[in-house]
Design a protein around this ligand. Sequence first.
Ligand code: HEC
Ligand code: HEC
Length: 339
Amino acid sequence: MRFKTGAVTAICIAGASIFLVVASTQAQNAGGDGAATPSLPIWAYPVPAAVPGGAKPAVTAQDEGVKHVPGSAAGFTKAQIADLFTVSDWFPDSHPAMLGVVSQGRKPDVAACAYCHLPNGQGRPENASVAGLPAAYMMEQMAEFKSGLRKSSEPHMGSVNYMIRIAKGATPEEIETGVKYFASMKPAAWIRVIETAMVPKTRIAGGMLVLDEAGGSEPIGNRVIEVPENLEQTELRNSKSGFVAYVPVGTLKLGETLVKTGGNGKTMACTMCHGMNLKGMGNVPSIVGRSPSQMTRQITDFQTGVRNGPNAPLMKAPVSKLTIDDIVAITGYLASQAP
Ligand code: HEC
Ligand code: HEC
């Protein structure tokens, strides 16, 4: 089997370092060594081992000049794209106007929402898709990040720590502006799920996995390997370039059974609360077509109890008996379904 690695260039490595910097700073703040907690699946919590002196983006010749992405008339420099406080919007006509904090952050703490979640709210594996989630659900989550009821099981997960910092620093008006915007979006297909026994070798970059430039493949084991469709486009934060999730053979069938029937008491049918089509019901969020790494983290966070808001008890019973194999099957199947 051959995997495409041609798109991987030095410019991508530089771009991927944006979150490495954040992650390593957070790790130092937490006084830890930056290595992932051993019991957590590293593919879902891709935290780099401590980078001596912090990861400085390597400036390369390709960093200079104005960048473009297919189908967009816009052009931005690498520095503009990397600016967490002003969103480089490649496709301004494809979404409603981004008001206030959605596209313009407020220093020092409140980065622009659409920088991480993208102007279409589709998000990336290291954060969360928020497009079309119920506004009341999102308001509740913002309150939980702020109060400490929602954290990550991996204290060095720099992206989550940044989200918490934003929820603490934002004004009620800013939170409402961001939530209203994302609630108005329609989620679109964003993740292509492929069952396979072998996966390309990956490395950790900026809170997600990317293909290893050295190439090679390895058995998938009981993991989900979620990588950009095109790393170069992802690093340019092209909001039209999605992700591929490799899952073990048999995932889709097993996952469907668990999700729809509860698998003989292993869990509860997710449809009970997330709706017959799993696209959410009332204030319960959609769980289809969303990042399997992110959903694995959430299920794990409910299990470990670090996600513990007022509605988290409803998730306690469904997750209490799930093994990592079950979680791989469930999140792989859910990611494969139309959002
Ligand atoms: C620096 C990157 C970053 C920025 C900027 C950011 N977020 Fe987030 N956001 C995250 C991450 C990471 C998560 C996932 C948290 C977790 O795993 O618990 C998240 C999760 C969320 C969630 C919960 C989604 C869910 O499925 O439960 C909401 C709602 C949200 N963000 C809204 C916002 C709003 C509104 C803003 C702007 C005020 C914002 N975010 C800015 C990184 C970011
Ligand atoms: C008894 C009701 C109930 C059942 C059954 C249930 N859920 Fe949930 N689920 C919820 C609620 C409520 C939330 C939001 C919790 C919160 O606000 O903290 C949630 C949240 C989630 C989230 C986090 C979504 C996000 O945006 O961060 C995931 C993932 C999830 N559920 C997956 C599942 C799966 C998979 C199943 C079936 C195996 C399932 N749930 C069964 C009620 C349920």
